[in-house]
Design a protein around this ligand. Structure first.
Ligand SMILES: [Zn+2]
Length: 358
């Protein structure tokens, strides 16, 4: 049907691009959640040159400041459960974790849902990758316990890597978890890690979102993010092989953030930077076929074209690592949120069209 030369050329092109598309762009993904980072506050901090770390990954990455929290809830633990599982909070496909308190002993995401709720840690760990979570609120023990050696699911993917899906879980203040994370990454890097910074939220509750104290707290968090960027810049292992995903659980208004239909509560950043990621691109322009900029709006999950959501991060991270989506997840389940340069996307698409023709 096709000449040998044609087939040879196609094979050559596919050999050049297929591994890039199939194997993922990153060996390491660091997901950072800045608790209470509302986009309007971040925007003025960037404009005033006060958060050089976040400004750097934004201007050298693919991003939007018009991403959304979960539709029904704009509080910390339900939104982080969304970020980790790729599920909404409510509904039959939701993870259904609605409490924002410290979990009581023995409580897990699964026994609350009455069925196992897989997360990003399951897929990464079951595929033999190293995982970590560093958190600055005690209630994040929910994840440590839900995915530990007792409550995590048996690993039925390839080699048995065990039920404990989070290799390292550490709770501490933002300064200490950053120091520990940087040391651990220099020693033996995690392929997927999740880091949570509480500072902005704590200051927001005490002094108000947008107050001087809140702004200073975010400036401090930017300093920790800069330490992580320095780690990536200086490490011969991580440099060029690492992607950072930065987002937030919610914003805030006054000293509260629990009103799920308040734009100041639900409008958050989503920034992707690093290996293979487009430079200085708007995520809505890169994803015009699969995501719709909601303007000031508050789209429900029933809308066909969804906004970029904090819940997109888990399946994006797995895609970047060359892995499939979380079983049972619904947000970015088809892993169609794309972050590479448009030219690269075109070449990958061309490669797959040619593959079908051979
Ligand atoms: Zn809060």
């Amino acid at each position: 049907m096709f000449s040998r030369t044609y087939r040879f050329c196609m094979a050559f092109i596919l050999a050049a691009f297929a591994p890039f598309a199939a194997a993922g762009q990153s060996q390491y993904v660091i997901q950072i959640s800045v608790d209470g980072l509302g986009s309007s506050y971040l925007s003025s901090l960037i404009d005033n040159g006060l958060v050089p770390g976040i400004a750097r990954i934004k201007s050298h990455g693919a991003s939007t400041l018009n991403a959304r929290s979960d539709y029904d809830m704009t509080v910390t633990l339900p939104n982080h459960t969304t970020m980790v599982t790729g599920r909404p909070v409510m509904g039959s496909s939701g993870h259904n974790w609605t409490s924002n308190d410290n979990p009581v002993a023995g409580q897990t995401i699964h026994n609350n849902k009455h069925s196992y709720v897989a997360g990003v840690f399951d897929v990464a760990h079951d595929n033999g990758l190293r995982t970590a979570m560093y958190a600055s609120k005690t209630k994040f023990s929910l994840f440590d316990v839900s995915y530990d050696a007792v409550n995590g699911a048996p690993d039925t993917t390839g080699a048995d890597n065990g039920r404990d899906k989070i290799d390292t879980y550490l709770y501490g203040n933002s300064s200490s978890i950053t120091g520990s994370f940087v040391s651990a990454m220099n020693l033996s890097p995690f392929n997927y890690s999740f880091i949570h910074y509480t500072d902005g939220d704590t200051a927001g509750h005490n002094y108000g979102w947008g107050s001087e104290e809140y702004n200073n707290a975010i400036i401090n968090v930017d300093g920790y993010i800069n330490q992580i960027l320095t780690l990536v810049d200086n490490s011969p292992v991580l440099g060029g092989r690492t992607t950072i995903i930065l987002t937030a659980d919610h914003g805030g208004n006054g000293t509260d953030h629990s009103i799920a239909d308040d734009p100041l509560d639900y409008t958050i950043p989503f920034i992707v930077w690093g290996a293979g990621v487009a430079e200085n691109q708007d995520l809505y322009l890169l994803n015009a076929n699969s995501r719709l900029d909601p303007g000031e709006g508050h789209p429900a999950y029933s809308e066909v074209l969804q906004p970029v959501r904090n819940g997109d991060g888990a399946n994006l991270a797995l895609e970047l690592l060359g892995l499939g989506a979380i079983p049972g997840s619904v947000i970015n389940h088809t892993q169609d949120l794309v972050v590479p340069e448009p030219a690269t996307i075109l070449l990958i698409a061309l490669g797959s069209i040619m593959l079908r023709k051979i």
